[in-house]
Design a protein around this ligand. Structure first.
Ligand code: SF4
Length: 505
């Protein structure tokens, strides 16, 4: 479970060719993906007009007697939906409300609606461009930028395919987008590097076509997974089925962290389930650390993202995987919403470790990642108090040494324990006998993708997109000089050095 990290969003979208209400599909598609964003949610349906419902927090349970009113309020056979965690824009209560997706934009008789997952890097440049057409434009979130930019291109080019292509060429960042136009065109597209997931599927009778961030959104609706969208690909869904068009060629850089942390274990990327990849992570850690395996008595895992790796580690080593760490199921507070002193206490309250199982034992704790190190420190401390003789920490995601510009909530070098400390130093800081990370090579091999098909930006400081690379390099220099970072630097208006980076493009 590492330190809690937010991802930007999850999306689900569907069209019913027989014109049956699509809201139930959207609802379940999002319920299956609430782990991708819990600060707000929204549904937008289309029956010739847009109908929208947006609210903060998790997607609510709908009582039997409320179903009718939801269907009345959200009629239509096409729809897009979103769950969101804020990685762009402000995070106060009102801004969160205003930043909730899906978003709409209109000019003249053209109107579009968009639900997206990702993060824009050239935010400032786009804001300036958009303000030329929409002078009062108030930036709330990246979805607004994408929606307005798409509308501007659509007005200019009068054709959705060319408008999407222009967006792919002019927006830098990660964006997996689903949308509807006021003409009822239903579409989905991915940025030219395909950084965030987005897959397409259909019903057994081919009457429903859908897009989902993760395949679990299709599974819950009994839809069949067809394919993961390619980078730079636009897919339109209509009575004629799914029409695919590759608009921009640029390579591929799928977020590696999806495999370790974000995605549900039962989601599928490429030809593997995420849990299969995580099991292999565990086997790799065993192969890479024979000295520790030889010394250890048992394995415990951090629930839930460490469980599959623990199974792989157990398989490879024959060491007992003691299921001695359990989550308190209904203690669901997220560490980040609390004050720093509360954060420490709440992490402590979320996991129950069974003392008698670890007392006097040399324990390998397997976890998905170490970001700030808070959680690891608490867990190691707890194990020590319980009498564990030795505590080794195995981490499936390689050491995080750089920020993410593509929608994961780690924006600065300063917040990352791995950006300033070696694994040996981190072990000392968190109180462990050793901290061992999976190597990048083994990690990549386990995913079944090539190194050149993954974004490894935060673990290599080599980013797939040019502005992100320039910002990362510039920020790193500032960081080494001891300058204080200010969060999402690419959104900051008064950084003259950042301005010069834009002008260099
Ligand atoms: S920088 Fe890291 S977290 Fe961000 S998209 Fe790349 S691999 Fe994923």
């Amino acid at each position: 479970m590492g330190d809690y990290l937010g991802i930007d969003c999850g999306v689900f979208a569907a069209i019913d060719i027989d014109k049956r209400p699509v809201f139930p599909l959207l609802y379940w598609g999002m319920r299956a993906q609430n782990h991708r964003g819990h600060q707000s949610h929204g549904f937008l349906t289309y029956d010739g007009q847009f109908h929208i419902h947006k609210a903060l927090d998790l997607i609510p349970k709908i009582k039997r007697n409320e179903v009718k009113s939801w269907l009345v309020n959200l009629p239509g056979h096409i729809g897009i939906a979103n769950v969101r965690y804020t990685t762009s824009g402000r995070t106060d209560h009102e801004s969160l409300q205003r930043g909730t997706q899906p978003v709409t934009a209109e000019k003249g008789d053209i109107k579009i609606a968009v639900s997206f997952n990702g993060n824009v890097v050239n935010t400032r440049q786009l804001r300036e461009e958009i303000r030329k057409v929409f002078p009062g434009f108030h930036y709330e979130c990246d979805a607004e930028l994408i929606c307005r930019k798409l509308l501007i291109e659509l007005i200019e080019r009068k054709d959705l395919v060319s408008a999407v292509k222009a967006c792919m060429e002019k927006i830098e960042g990660a964006f997996s987008v689903t949308g509807i136009t006021s003409k009822g065109e239903f579409f989905a597209f991915k940025d030219p590097y395909g950084i965030r997931p987005l897959c397409a599927g259909h019903s057994r009778d081919s009457k429903v076509y859908a897009f989902s961030s993760e395949s679990v959104g299709l599974n819950i609706n009994d839809l069949i997974l067809d394919f993961e969208l390619e980078p730079g690909e636009l897919v339109m869904a209509s009575e004629e089925g799914l029409k695919r068009e590759k608009l921009v060629e640029n390579g591929k850089a799928f977020c590696a962290f999806e495999f370790a942390y974000f995605a549900r274990p039962d989601s599928r990327f490429g030809d593997k389930y995420v849990y299969e990849v995580r099991e292999e992570f565990g086997r790799n850690l065993a192969r890479e650390n024979p000295d520790i395996v030889k010394d250890a008595d048992l394995i415990i895992s951090m629930p839930e993202t460490g469980n599959d790796a623990a199974y792989g580690l157990h398989e490879e080593t024959g060491l007992r995987w003691e299921r001695a760490t359990r989550r308190h199921r209904f203690v669901t507070e997220r560490a980040f919403i609390l004050l720093p002193h509360e954060r420490y206490r709440t992490i402590d309250k979320k996991i129950n470790i069974l003392a008698e199982k670890v007392r006097g034992k040399r324990v390998i704790v397997i976890d998905d990642s170490i970001v700030r190190g808070d959680t690891t420190r608490v867990v190691v401390e707890k194990l020590r108090k319980m009498g564990a003789k030795k505590v080794y920490v195995f981490v499936t995601f390689p050491r995080i040494i750089g920020p993410c510009f593509y929608g994961i909530d780690m924006a600065t070098y300063g917040e990352l324990i791995g950006s300033k400390h070696s694994p040996e130093e981190i072990a000392k800081i968190v109180g462990a006998d050793a901290v061992r990370y999976q190597s990048i090579e083994s990690f990549v091999r386990a995913t079944g993708m090539g190194k050149d098909e993954l974004c490894l930006g935060c673990i290599t400081r080599k980013y797939p997109t040019p502005l992100a690379q320039q910002l990362a390099d510039k920020m790193y220099k500032w960081f080494l000089r001891g300058c204080k970072e200010t969060g999402r630097i690419y959104e900051t208006a008064d950084l003259t050095e950042t301005r010069s980076l834009y002008s260099k493009r």
